[in-house]
Write a protein that binds this ligand. Structure first.
Ligand code: FMN
Length: 395
C-alpha cells in the first residue's frame, strides 16, 4: 500500500548517505532509528568497517579517454545495471510503511538484486511477485531445521532462483541500543515507546494506517503466536547442513557472513556459487575485524575464479569502487537504503541509488577506467596491504 504524503516534513533532498542518515534520525522514532543504525556491543566492528574502507586510497590517473563509462556488472549469468544491490534486512517496513514495496520497485527499475530476509515484513510470495528474478531469498535457520526447509520450498515455489544462507548469527548478538529502547519484533509498545512514537507523529500516523510491521513469513493466519522467534538461537547449523542444502537447492546458492579463509574454502568445497564476505554490518561479533580486510584475504586465498560478494560499512560510490578493487565481484549495502527511505520515502530510495551510481561513475573516471571489470587492485595505492602482516596498515 502506498501511503499519501502527510504535511509534517517535506521529503528530503539527498546528496550523500551521511545526509540520508541525518534526515532518518530526525524523522524516525528513536527506537526505530537505533534498530537500523545500531550494531553489536559497543559498536566497534561497525566503526572499523567504515574506517577501514575510508583508509583505502585509490590511484588517480590522467589522460585516458574515460568519456563513456559503463556500470553494468555480470553476475550469475545476468547483466545487472549497477555493481551494487540491496542487502537482506529484517523488518524494512519499519523504516517507512510500504518500504518493501519501494525496495522491490527500485530493484526492478534499476536492475539490481534485492535480498529478502527470513525476518522480512513482507512474505516471500508477495515479494517474488513484485521483484521477480531480482529477488534473492535470505535464509535463517533457527531451532527447527524443518521450518527452515519449508521456507526454502516456498522460495522455490515462488520462482526465486537465488538463495542466500546467512551463517554469522549462531546467536543474536546483544545490541545495547535495542536493549535500552525495549526494541522487540513484533513491536511491544509500553509508555516509553508510546512517547517516542508520539514525538514522531508523521511516522506513527503512517505506520498506524499501514498496520504495524510483522514477521510476515511466519504469520499463522489464525492470529496465534508466530512460528519464528527472532531472539532464538540459530546455532544448530553445521557444514553437513550446507551440503544437504546444496543437494536440495538447484538454483544459485550464496553463503553470507563469511569472514574466515578456511570457512570460505569449505563453502567452495560444499559447492556454493558465491561467498558473501560480511560481518553483518558489525551487528554480530563486535570484536570482528573490518570486513574489507577479510575480503582481501579471502580473494587472495581463493584466487580470481571464485565469485565474491561484499557488504559492511559501504557508505559511498567511492567505497563500492574500493571494495571492487579489493576483490569483490558485487557489492551490497544495507542501512543506506533504509536511511534513504526514512528520509524521503520512495523518492529517497531512488535518490540514493542515483547518488551512489554517480559517485561510482565519477571515481571510475578519476581512476582511469571505463568498466567495472577494470576495478582491480591495479587502482589501489597500496595493493594487498590488508593481506600482509609485515606492511603497516594505512592510518
Ligand atoms: C536493520 C537491519 C536488519 C538486518 N537484517 C538482516 C537479516 O535479516 N538477514 C541478514 O542476513 N542480514 C541482515 N542484516 C545485515 C545486512 O544484510 C548487511 O549485512 C549489513 O546491513 C551490511 O552493512 P551496512 O548496513 O553497513 O551496509 C541486517 C542489517 C540491518 C541494518
Amino acid at each position: 500500500m502506498v501511503i499519501p504524503a502527510l504535511p509534517f516534513f517535506p521529503p528530503a533532498t539527498l546528496h550523500s548517505v551521511p545526509d540520508a542518515r541525518l534526515f532518518a534520525q530526525r524523522r524516525l522514532p528513536k527506537l526505530v532509528f537505533d534498530y537500523i543504525d545500531g550494531a553489536a556491543g559497543i559498536e566497534g566492528a561497525a566503526l572499523r568497517n567504515q574506517q577501514a574502507l575510508a583508509a583505502i586510497e585509490l590511484c588517480q590517473r590522467a589522460l585516458i579517454n574515460v568519456d563513456q563509462r559503463s556500470l553494468t556488472t555480470r553476475v550469475f549469468d545476468r547483466e545487472w545495471k549497477l555493481p551494487f544491490g540491496i542487502a537482506p534486512m529484517g523488518m524494512c517496513n519499519l523504516s517507512w510503511p510500504g518500504g518493501d514495496n519501494f525496495l522491490a520497485q527500485a530493484a526492478v527499475a534499476n536492475e539490481i538484486p534485492i535480498g529478502l530476509s527470513t525476518a522480512a515484513s513482507s512474505s516471500i510470495e508477495y515479494m517474488c511477485d513484485r521483484a521477480g528474478k531480482n529477488l534473492w531469498f535470505q535464509l535463517y535457520v533457527g531451532q527447527s531445521i524443518d521450518l527452515g526447509m519449508e521456507l526454502v520450498e516456498r522460495a522455490k515455489n515462488s520462482g526465486c532462483e537465488t538463495l542466500i544462507l546467512t551463517i554469522d548469527v549462531p546467536v543474536v548478538a546483544a545490541r545495547i541500543r535495542d536493549q535500552k529502547n525495549g526494541f522487540k519484533a513484533p513491536l511491544k509498545i509500553g509508555p516509553k515507546q508510546f512517547l517516542d512514537f508520539a514525538l514522531h507523529p508523521e511516522w506513527s500516523l503512517r505506520s498506524l494506517k499501514a498496520g504495524a510491521p510483522t514477521l510476515a513469513n511466519f504469520e499463522t493466519g489464525d492470529g496465534s503466536k508466530q512460528k519464528f522467534d527472532r531472539e532464538e538461537g540459530r546455532g544448530k547449523l553445521t557444514w553437513e547442513f550446507l551440503v544437504e542444502l546444496r543437494r536440495q537447492w538447484k538454483g544459485k546458492l550464496v553463503i553470507k557472513g563469511v569472514s574466515h579463509v578456511d570457512d570460505a574454502r569449505k563453502a567452495i568445497d560444499a559447492g556454493v556459487d558465491a561467498i558473501y564476505v560480511s560481518n553483518h554490518g558489525g551487528r554480530q561479533l563486535d570484536a570482528a575485524p573490518a570486513a574489507i580486510t577479510r575480503l582481501v584475504e579471502i580473494r587472495k586465498a581463493l584466487g580470481p575464479a571464485a565469485t565474491l560478494f561484499f557488504d559492511s560499512g559501504v557508505r559511498s560510490g567511492d567505497d563500492i569502487v574500493r571494495a571492487m578493487a579489493c576483490g569483490a565481484d558485487f557489492v551490497f549495502l544495507g542501512r543506506p537504503f533504509l536511511y534513504a527511505m526514512a528520509a524521503a520515502g520512495e523518492s529517497g530510495l531512488q535518490q540514493i541509488i542515483d547518488v551512489l551510481s554517480q559517485q561510482v561513475s565519477t571515481v571510475m573516471a578519476q581512476t582511469g577506467v571505463t568498466s567495472v571489470d577494470q576495478l582491480t587492485e591495479d587502482i589501489l595505492v597500496h595493493p594487498g596491504v590488508w593481506a600482509s602482516d609485515d606492511l603497516a596498515r594505512p592510518k
